[in-house]
Design a binder for this molecule. Structure first.
Ligand code: FVH
Length: 290
């Protein structure tokens, strides 16, 4: 069966992986990048190199955009606005929900169908079972290209608001960033001991965090429910261990800022009469900060 033609605009690490996956899946693929030489390998594999963004957009009913940021995407696409009418633009550039909504409004005003996307993968994961990509925008636009988009990784549609894919993308990335900060902190503590090695410690950390991640659905059920939370720990117990984490960090010559701030928050709550540490209360506290 003939596969749909696709254009990829932006051939950084990620854009090249996307174009490569489309070529492998048999899609006629047109590519454009500011530094044209980055298309060489793709052209050798059958891609067509467009000499302008407009030429790239005109070549396919569907264009994927994967650039450093939204300002660059905007600057690159504006001169080609006339070619967008009747075509679909999928913006996979990382950005905020408001940037996604603005881009959607702009593209729609030019007669284009617009989807915003968030890639939950690194380039080497593209087109593997581990990759998934979030999409939002009009459902009919997603369904029209779903089969093609599946070539990049599992395509997950989140809703009509163009901003929701970016919101979930950044929320998922925030969990990853905090996890890696925690990883680095814990390694700094563990390797302060003369017998500690990062590799040996990580062999303990990975199963520990993997096990703890299994608790998240139960926390989530508490968060979605109006009933009394099922999972609750005594706030005093949590505070005692957080204080110990702060002290052990300092003793190990490791910065303790995060745990000192966390202990101060818990102390304030205890002083206000709060006795339980629950997921709904933790999320409510975060929402209070704006
Ligand atoms: N790489 C990753 O692991 C992550 C995974 C999740 C999604 N992100 C987002 O994908 C966007 C692109 O990321 P990337 O990894 O491809 O980034 P680079 O390799 O640095 O490529 C950047 C592309 O943007 C072009 N570009 C930069 N500045 C300009 C400019 N002023 N005018 C025109 N194009 C520009 C650059 O072109 P060139 O330097 O090759 O000429 C590349 O095409 C990003 O939103 C990630 O957050 C990736």
């Amino acid at each position: 069966m003939n596969k749909a033609a696709v254009t990829v605009i932006g051939l950084g690490e990620m854009g090249r992986a996307l174009a490569d996956a489309l070529i492998t899946a048999g899609h006629p693929t047109t590519v454009w990048n500011r530094s044209a030489a980055k298309a060489d390998d793709l052209v050798a594999r059958g891609a067509v190199r467009a000499s302008t963004v407009e030429e790239a957009v005109v070549a396919s009913p569907l264009s994927l955009v994967c650039l450093l940021d939204y300002d660059i995407a905007d600057a690159i696409l504006r001169p080609a606005a006339g070619a967008l009418r009747g075509r679909t633009l999928v913006n996979l550039t990382n950005g905020t929900p408001d940037q996604a909504r603005e881009a959607a409004a702009w593209a729609t005003s030019r007669g284009a169908a617009y989807l915003d996307g968030g890639i939950m993968a690194i380039p080497s994961m593209i087109a593997t079972p581990q990759a998934f990509v979030l999409y939002s925008g009009e459902k009919a636009h997603f369904e029209a290209h779903e089969e093609t988009l599946e070539a990049l990784g599992a395509a997950k549609y989140l809703g009509a608001d163009a901003g929701i894919a970016a919101l979930y993308d950044l929320a998922l990335l925030s969990a990853m960033n905090v996890m890696f900060d925690g990883f680095f902190h814990s390694v700094a503590m563990a390797t302060s001991h003369e017998e500690g090695s990062a590799v040996g410690f990580t062999e303990l950390l990975v199963p520990w965090l993997t096990g703890m991640a299994q608790v998240m659905p139960a926390f989530a059920a508490d968060l979605d429910s109006d009933a009394e939370p099922v999972l609750a720990q005594g706030l005093d117990v949590v505070l005692a261990s957080v204080r110990n984490m702060a002290q052990a960090s300092r003793d190990a010559g490791v910065r303790a800022d995060y745990f000192e701030a966390s202990a101060a928050t818990l102390e304030k709550l205890l002083a206000e009469g709060v006795t339980a540490y629950t997921a709904p209360a933790a999320v409510r506290r975060l929402r209070r900060v704006s």
